[in-house]
Every structure is written in C-alpha cells, then in structure tokens.
Design a protein around this ligand. Structure first.
Ligand code: IPE
Ligand code: IPE
Ligand code: MG
Length: 233
C-alpha cells in the first residue's frame, strides 16, 4: 500500500477569524487565504500528490452578507483572470466542482478561462470546489443518470457523473478548529484519513502540512480489512 496520499483535500476554514483577530475586515482574511492556497497548491502538487481538492465556497456560503459574497466573487474573478499565468508556469491543471447556478457570468467566464488555459498541464490537478455542496453533487449526478436512461449504475460509472471524475480522497484536512465536513465531498471522503487542525487557514503552511503527512503515514489504513502481517499471530 502506497504511503503517500494521491488525493489530498483541504477545507480551508478560518479566514474571517484570522482577520478579526487582527482587527481587520473579514475580506482581508480571504485575500490572505488565497495567497496561502497559491503557495500550498504549488508545494503539495510538487510532491507525489496528483489531486488537491480545496473548498473555496459552499452552496451555503450564499447565506452570508451581500458585501462578503460580492467581495469573494470579485476576488475569484481577479485571481482566476490574473493568476492563470502562475498556475500555467507551475504546470498545474485547474478544474472546478460545483453548480453554475447563482454564479454570475463574469465569475463563470474567469473560471472557464483558467480552466481552458491550464487544461494540458501535467504536474497535478487543483480541483477548486466553488458553489459546491456534496448533497447537490449527488442529486445532480442522479438526475443526469435518469436523463441518460441508464439501466444500471456501477461505482465506476457513477464516478463519471460526479462534477469531476477523481480518485477517492486519501487525506482530508480541515483548518480553523471546527470538527465537521460542512457538506464537502461526503462520497469521495468515504475512507479518507481526517485531520482537524486549530490553525486558521492563512497561517497553514508547508511545515504544518509535512507534520500532518508524517502522522498520516503512521496511520493504519485498513479499509475494513485486517493487516495480518502486522500482527504476530
Ligand atoms: C473560509 O473561511 C472561507 C470561506 C468559507 C469562503 P471563513 O470565511 O469561513 O472564516 P471563518 O470560519 O469565519 O473564520
Ligand atoms: C466551509 O466553511 C466552507 C468552506 C470552507 C468554503 P464554513 O465556514 O462555511 O462552514 P461552517 O458554516 O462553519 O460549517
Ligand atoms: Mg468558516
């Protein structure tokens, strides 16, 4: 069994509190969070990890104030439009998971741009979950299966109906103290090793990621079986 994870996922939580602790507006934390994401995705995808999924905006995050939502949407537009060159240079393929409904034309345009500019990159895939909810992903998949008049669904064929056809998550990290999944990749996380960190996302760095990785490698991933060689009987 390979000890290094193939698919890492991060619920990047704590941007707002990071800013509030510094008497700054929550938007300051979101900006800083994007810088952290940039550095981390480069670091993680340069290891043996082939897919990094990140939770950037949930379907439920539309419940936030208009000011915060529109700041975030503008930040997405700015980052995806201006920074595609960075991901291009780093050879990272950017894809998205989520519903298009409720996203403005400008946001969709920026998403399409970075996606199409980076589509042939081979270092690894950065899957950005934006306007993403796991319940909607499963329901959308079911409705598309019905539309296709499929007689029988298998694990492999079901995977193709998800927003992205990705391997199962090996390592799932949530920063920002909370111990919940908040509607993030519930299906893909079926056998993920989960780490809940107190660190607020803008403070999360490669050093702390390495510590998590060390711990991950020590975990006994049994997938319901038993590692008989490990036992002396
Ligand atoms: C995560 O940080 C980023 C998004 C949800 C967009 P939060 O904005 O949830 O930050 P906290 O949890 O309020 O500190
Ligand atoms: C989860 O964080 C969503 C993202 C990180 C994008 P939230 O801050 O929205 O989660 P809750 O509300 O604490 O569950
Ligand atoms: Mg939060």
């Amino acid at each position: 069994m390979k000890k290094t994870p193939n698919h890492v996922a991060i619920i990047l939580d704590g941007n707002g509190r990071w800013a509030e602790k510094r008497n700054k507006k929550r938007s300051f934390g979101h900006k800083e969070g994007f810088e952290t994401l940039k550095k981390l995705s480069q670091y993680i995808l340069n290891s043996e990890v082939s897919v990094l999924s990140v939770y950037a905006f949930s379907t439920e995050n539309f419940k936030r104030s208009e000011e915060e939502v529109s700041f975030l949407m503008n930040l997405f537009i700015e980052k995806f439009t201006k920074e595609f060159e960075y991901y291009q240079k780093e050879n990272i393929k950017v894809v998205f998971s989520g519903r298009e409904t409720n996203l403005s034309k400008d946001v969709l345009k920026a998403m399409n741009k970075i996606q199409s500019m980076t589509k042939n990159n081979t270092l690894g895939t950065l899957n950005i979950c934006l306007n993403y909810g796991s319940n909607y992903e499963i329901i959308d998949a079911c409705n598309n299966i019905i539309k296709d008049n499929v007689d029988e669904v298998t694990i492999e064929s079901f995977n193709k109906y998800l927003y992205q056809d990705l391997p199962m998550i090996d390592l799932l990290i949530r920063t920002g103290k909370e111990k919940r999944l908040s509607n993030f990749m519930l299906y893909q996380a079926a056998y993920a090793e989960i780490f809940f960190l107190d660190t607020l996302f803008p403070d999360f760095d490669s050093k702390e990621y390495e510590k998590v990785l060390e711990d991950y490698k020590k975990r006994d991933r049994r997938f319901g079986g038993i590692n008989y060689e490990k036992k002396n009987n």
